[in-house]
Design a protein around this ligand. Structure first.
Ligand SMILES: Cc1cc2nc3c(=O)[nH]c(=O)nc-3n(C[C@H](O)[C@H](O)[C@H](O)COP(=O)(O)OP(=O)(O)OC[C@H]3O[C@@H](n4cnc5c(N)ncnc54)[C@H](O)[C@@H]3O)c2cc1C
Length: 808
């Protein structure tokens, strides 16, 4: 083994090999993959090999689509067969929610060109004659997916990389790791030491143990999964074709043909077991667990109802192995929090499917600093410090996600496993008001307030929360509303070079005057929107920086990792130390004036400024800003004083008709104001030019990504898409984001978010569309769950286009 490399990947399963293959094709051939056993000897070898195109997320669907694409062609490149079977797949819908979900996912797959058809029971039966379809409403038919041989596929990817010069070292365990003073990583192995600029933890079930070597908590829990293979079935033999893979939500099972047998894989909906919480023996290779059929019985009985021949089949083999699960069932792909050039590529629960795509996009990230798709839902930094590998949260969530593997997740629906983790001090008071909670980065945050406490009946269509959210919007717009916004990231950036750091990072001017505030965006070197922050200058060398809570680790790393050697800058994360109460609406000044000596008039406290004042005796950084587009203040204060501040605001607000509002209403009101959101309209694969952020970019300053953004702005050929804001002729369902936008029969755009604007009485949406459709008044169709709804581009915000309200 060589003693230096540009990159070392640890782990030779589907994830590690997928990354090795793509790094090689991106030109990083000075890469060494180190595997403690044989390639595939972890979880990969015993997988059932299914490669589903169906998945409820657009970006994950892009990842999944890479697998069949690669497995179809890799034999030609490497001479090794991945054992690809393109038999297609059908997922069954048994109720109306699943039908709605299918229509939504169908639109997403149309957007990325994955062929799919919604077919009725008769057609399902034609394609798979052994099924009982008596309770089936609809099938989601994806003709181009199927299954592969996980060992063959992994070996083919590794060979593809070796052909280009990468090295694979087998039977060599990594025993320890350290970061050297020059930033490179020293990797200690059984066969010696190797130093690399980049390291990748692709060790699957062992990822938490490998992470522990560098003090990293990797939120992965292994959950055992089993599948059964029957004896040969005459009925299967009699079929003269390979029927599609079937996914059945009632039995929570997949079924595929294995030679003349049937392979049945249940994700039991109760009683799933974890594995290796206290660590896994390093010497295990090609290891299987004892079968446990008891836990599967209820689901196997349902499977026998779905495929009656299974009911009388003998069982030839049971495979039981651990699968890595994260708290949200997505994998970990990207930089490890707090560590420079330490990458994660692990945690996949359908890793044979996700290996090629994860490898492709992580390779782009490592080599180019940016991916061509939005990878926020894969970024390891989406998990907060409440997610340690063996904490209650990680364990309960992993089990719950396993149980829910084949169930529909409706918009706004949150799972309760492992919660609550982080609550602001006023949680009990908001709970008593009927708060319906969502969890975000560990924090509990009200979605809306249900006056009689009835939980939301979630739906892809307008739910029973609709009228309550309308009341919250109305109360805030007409009078005054209060919201707990504690779940936001908060940083103090201080030091003689604090301004220089921020100026380098953001595409806008950093406020020069004390109290000045600006909305700013950090860009990648290629101009992609990496972060959105509000910066308030509290002193010559002191800035207060806020951003969305899910960006807490990301934004902290982005700032600290851009500090140049010798610079005097300290970034202090004060997220957990401060709470935020937002008071917004035309009467917010009247309410707050009763509680403070500070002058809140326009002359003394202008819109988009901040001051350190006392409110109800509580020291606050008061920011005159409002994400809902009203006159309003955010009061950032010591979290231990939150209850007294909240009580005072409620008491002062009640005579003014104060209402509470939650995240749903906030989203409605920001869309009414046409405020863009990070993660929806603003993502790394978009530059400020497409996102219509021109007024937030100051080309007279120097900042990361400036050259690329300027080039995009000045290019002569038309942009491929541009952001528009539109009203939609919707009936009982509004845009969720990721719906296809049509000009006639041509898909020419994609929505990013939407909501019914209660104040303006119209359904609204943002969409990226063909630039020919950006003029106000342009019309096109949006397919909301398959139904074409006409939409018209608006010239400006549907609510308060003159922006009078926040300046009042
Ligand atoms: C029963 C079953 C059925 C499944 N069916 C499917 C399916 O149909 N479709 C699908 O997509 N997925 C399926 N999966 C999931 C799939 O197997 C996993 O998601 C995938 O194999 C994960 O790949 P990986 O590369 O992350 O991990 P692994 O394959 O476990 O690879 C990690 C590697 O790291 C090595 N390693 C660990 N520590 C060290 C160290 N210190 N030094 C060097 N090397 C180290 C290990 O030896 C191992 O080879 C199934 C899983 C199970 C259990």
């Amino acid at each position: 083994m060589r003693d230096e490399a540009q990159c070392v990947i640890i782990g030779g399963g589907a994830q590690g090999a997928g990354l090795l293959y793509h790094l090689a094709h991106e030109g990083w051939t000075d890469t060494v993959l180190i595997e403690k056993g044989e390639l595939t000897s972890g979880s990969t070898w015993h997988a059932a090999g299914l490669i589903p195109n169906f998945i409820g997320s657009l970006n994950m669907a892009k990842v999944h689509a890479e697998a069949p694409e690669l497995y179809r062609r890799i034999e030609e490149e490497t001479g090794l067969s991945p054992g690809w079977h393109q038999c297609g797949a059908i997922r069954l819908a048994l109720n109306d929610d699943e039908v709605d979900w299918f229509r939504y996912v169908s639109g997403m797959l149309d957007l990325i060109g994955v062929e799919n058809h919604l077919i009725g029971p008769a057609e399902i039966l034609e394609k798979h004659p052994l099924l009982d379809v008596s309770d089936v409403k609809l099938g989601f038919w994806t003709p181009h997916d199927g299954w592969t041989d996980p060992t063959g596929a992994t070996n083919a990817m590794a060979k593809g990389a070796r052909q280009l010069g990468c090295e694979v070292v087998r039977h060599n365990r990594v025993t320890d790791m350290n970061q050297l003073p020059d930033g490179r990583w020293e990797v200690l192995t059984e066969k010696g030491r190797i130093v690399a600029e980049h390291v990748v933890n692709a060790t699957g079930s062992y990822a938490p143990q490998l992470g522990a070597m560098v003090g990293l908590e990797v939120p992965i829990v292994n959950v055992n999964h089993q599948y059964l293979i029957t004896e040969a079935l005459p009925e299967m033999q009699a079929l003269e074709f390979e029927p599609p893979v079937i996914r059945d939500p009632r039995a929570s099972c997949y079924y595929r043909r294995e030679l003349d047998s049937l392979l049945v894989g249940p994700y039991e909906k109760a009683g799933a077991e974890t594995y290796g919480l206290d660590g896994i023996d390093w010497d295990l290779h090609f290891h299987l667990l004892e079968p446990n059929l008891d836990v599967l019985m209820p689901w196997l009985e349902l499977a026998a109802e779905r495929i009656p021949v299974f009911g009388h089949a003998g069982i030839k083999q049971v495979v039981n192995g651990p699968i890595t699960h994260t708290p949200d069932a997505g994998y970990l792909m990207g930089p490890a929090p707090g560590l420079r050039n330490y990458w994660l590529c692990c945690g996949a629960s359908i890793g044979i499917t996700q290996g090629p795509g994860a490898g492709k996009y992580l390779a782009q990230w490592m080599v180019h600093g940016q991916t061509e798709i939005n990878v926020a839902e894969m970024d390891p930094r989406r998990f907060g410090d409440h997610c340690g590998p063996h904490g209650r949260y990680a364990i309960e969530r992993a089990i719950d996600e396993f149980h829910e593997m084949y169930q529909v997740r409706r918009p706004g629906e949150m799972r309760f496993a492992g919660r609550p983790q982080k609550m602001s001090p006023i949680y009990p008071k908001l709970d008593a008001l009927g708060a319906q909670w969502q969890e975000i980065f560990g924090w509990e945050r009200p979605q809306y307030f249900s006056p009689d406490g009835t939980p939301e009946s979630h739906s892809f269509r307008r739910s029973d929360a609709f009228d309550h959210v309308a009341a919250e919007c109305r109360g805030t717009r007409e009078r005054v509303g209060v919201a707990d916004l504690t779940a936001f990231s908060k940083f103090e950036v201080t030091g003689a070079d604090a301004a220089a750091l921020l100026e380098r990072l953001v595409a806008n001017k950093v406020p020069t005057k004390q109290g000045g505030m600006r909305l700013v965006h950090c860009l990648t070197g290629q101009g992609g929107i990496e972060a959105e922050m509000t910066i308030t200058r509290l002193g010559d060398e002191r800035f207060y920086v806020n951003s969305g809570i899910v960006s807490q680790f990301h934004d902290h790393d982005w700032m600290t990792q851009h500090v140049e050697p010798g610079e005097d800058v300290t970034v202090t994360d004060v997220t957990d130390a401060r709470a935020i109460l937002a008071v917004a609406g035309p009467r917010s000044r009247d309410v707050l004036s009763q509680l403070t000596d500070a002058d809140l008039t326009n002359d003394s406290f202008r819109w988009l400024t901040g001051q350190e004042i006392e409110v109800a005796g509580v020291p606050c950084i008061a920011l005159r800003v409002s994400y809902v587009g009203e006159l309003g203040w955010e009061l950032h204060h010591p979290i231990e004083r939150m209850e007294e501040l909240y009580d005072a605001i409620v008491a002062a607000g009640e005579p003014h008709g104060l209402v509470h509002f939650g995240a749903y209403a906030m989203n409605v009101m920001r869309i009414e104001k046409a405020y863009k959101a990070m993660g929806s309209e603003l993502t790394t694969e978009i530059t400020p030019v497409e996102a219509d952020l021109g007024r937030f970019v100051d080309y007279d300053t120097e900042f990361i990504g400036k050259a690329a953004t300027e080039a995009r702005r000045d290019q002569t050929e038309p942009l491929s898409m541009q952001l528009v804001y539109a009203e939609v002729n919707a009936d009982d369902a509004d845009c969720l984001g990721n719906e296809p936008v049509y000009d006639g029969d041509r898909i020419m755009g994609i929505t990013t978010s939407g909501a019914f604007g209660h104040t303006v009485g119209r359904s609204l949406a943002f969409a990226y569309v063909d630039p020919a459709f950006t003029d106000p008044g342009s019309t096109f169709d949006i397919a909301i769950m398959g139904k074409r709804c006409s939409a018209r581009v608006l010239p400006g915000p549907a609510y308060d286009p003159g922006n009078q309200a926040p300046r009042a």
